[in-house]
Design a protein around this ligand. Structure first.
Ligand code: NAG
Ligand code: NAG
Ligand code: NAG
Ligand code: NAG
Ligand code: NAG
Length: 434
């Protein structure tokens, strides 16, 4: 009897799902990331059927191969996850799978398979990373921080659609880009203005859907910014933020960085190789003494991991070492304007990381958080515009690509720096000598 009832209920739910899901659900927000030296991670998102929180794709699978007509390999390590998105009409599900053992520098085609109400994706493609140590060609990396969706008020203040214009500019250079580094503040879901006209989830979903052309064909490697942490940037929004919006939960569900392969933690700290470049991604938000956003684990694990990761780098194989982190600690702001929890320089980040980066001769330290572009020459004592095998980190602050808070004003010129104040032009493209 109970069994029969259970069966009836199950059938009812399934039928209800089926009726409400008359139009096919689609996999969207498709994202590529490196997953170890020979692996790629494919992530995506699908809404569940309305009024249902049931996973619409319990067996997420990507098929792939060397030709669109020969997708004979099947992904491994599938993961489905969801968090409380506070919308019973649209429960979001997030997926990730891995494509292992890829040949280097090879074009791969891939497709997300269908399931019950979810249709297949288009057949998409990417070029796998060169073999580690390959120095036979240039590596082109697109880097920035602080890009995210506008709200109506910002449209009025700063001009229309900074985010869409930035995307247009990125789309134009896409064919020459190998991979992206986005140093935090990824979509501005957690921001007053996007919140007024879009909820947290709407802002994130819109942003990531709009980015699919870019993120489904190029590796998109992120680090955590203050807007990805605890949903506290707009106090007025706090009641819209569920407990599932805290502790990096949306960021952890929506992105899949190679921390497993590099001994790191979540999407917070990890590293990867691309040809002759070793890239390290750090959290400038948490997990070091006096970190501006608190801690996920403790104050020593990340710092020890950084030292171990740098110790293991073979500079003959990967002579270039690049670090990305959200917050800068050098800049043209007068020293008495340094603010820890605000939007200026980050002394606690400096205390935790600078000595290590100098000791291990890291080449570039990439940050955002401040909404302008500024390049500080080496450690502040050497002034050059020619960075030929620089002896010590070059500090780059690059947070002006386009976001609802608009560019910051530069305040002072104290030392050796090279600075440009590039409001996005109508073409949306600015380039700088490097
Ligand atoms: C993505 O690419 C398709 C096909 O080229 C194009 O039609 C579409 O407008 C693009 N979407 C965005 C958001 O750029
Ligand atoms: C976020 O907020 C919680 C408390 O609400 C706190 O415990 C945690 O340290 C904060 N930071 C991070 C990175 O989660
Ligand atoms: C799947 O992803 C979620 C969200 O990132 C994570 O919490 C969970 O640990 C993952 N599961 C496995 C088996 O990796
Ligand atoms: C800056 O770098 C130069 C060259 O490596 C070095 O001699 C100098 O001691 C460094 N200064 C500081 C303050 O780190
Ligand atoms: C560093 O070089 C730039 C560009 O040549 C120059 O404008 C600036 O004055 C120099 N700064 C110092 C401190 O020498």
């Amino acid at each position: 009897m109970y069994k029969f009832l259970a069966f009836l209920l199950f059938a009812l739910v399934t039928i209800t799902d089926g009726i409400i899901c008359v139009s096919n659900l689609v996999p969207d927000q498709i994202r590529l990331a490196f997953a170890g030296d020979n692996g790629v991670s494919v992530g995506w998102h699908t809404y569940a059927c309305p009024f249902s929180s049931k996973n619409p794709n319990p067996n997420p699978t990507v098929i792939y191969g060397l030709s669109p007509k020969a997708l004979y390999s099947t992904s491994i390590n599938a993961n489905s996850s969801a968090y409380d998105t506070r919308n019973i009409l649209k429960t979001s599900w997030f997926y990730s799978v891995e494509l292992p053992n890829l040949y280097p520098s090879t074009v791969y085609y891939y497709q997300i398979l269908s399931s019950s109400y979810v249709s297949t994706s288009a057949i998409l493609s990417f070029i796998s990373a060169p073999a580690v140590g390959d120095q036979s060609r240039t590596v082109n990396i697109a880097t920035y921080a602080d890009m995210g969706v506008d709200g109506l008020v910002e449209d009025i203040i700063t001009g229309k659609h900074l985010f869409e214009r930035a995307l247009g500019a990125l789309q134009k250079i896409l064919s020459s880009v190998d991979f992206f580094l986005h140093h935090g503040d990824i979509c501005y879901a957690d921001d007053l203005v996007s919140g007024v006209f879009k909820t947290y989830e709407e802002a994130f979903d819109y942003c990531q859907t709009m980015m699919t052309n870019i993120t489904s064909s190029r590796f998109y490697m992120t680090t955590v910014g203050n807007h990805e942490i605890n949903c506290t940037n707009a106090p007025i929004l706090n009641d819209l933020c569920s407990s599932d919006h805290k502790n990096q939960i949306p960021y952890s569900n929506r992105f899949h960085m190679p921390s497993k392969q590099s001994g790191g933690y979540l999407n917070s700290w990890y590293s990867f190789n691309y040809g002759f470049v070793h890239v390290i991604s750090l959290s400038c938000e948490s997990d070091f003494p006096n970190a501006p956003s608190g801690n996920l684990i403790d104050t020593i694990t990340q710092v020890n991991w950084l030292k171990n990761d740098l110790t293991a780098v073979n500079r003959v194989v990967t002579p270039w070492v690049i670090v990305q982190c959200h917050r800068p600690w050098k800049g043209s702001i007068p020293l008495d304007d340094i603010i820890e929890g605000g939007f200026i320089n980050c002394p606690s980040c400096q205390a935790a990381f600078e000595k290590i980066l100098v000791e291990y001769n890291v080449d570039i330290y990439l940050t955002g958080h401040v909404h302008w572009y500024e390049r500080i020459c080496l450690n502040g004592t050497i002034n050059t515009t020619n960075y030929v095998n620089p002896n010590g980190p070059v500090y780059l602050t690059n947070g002006v690509i386009g976001n609802p808070e608009a560019p910051n004003q530069v305040l002072a010129s104290l030392r050796c720096w090279i600075l440009l104040m590039p409001y996005l032009l109508s073409t949306g493209i600015r380039t700088w000598p490097y």
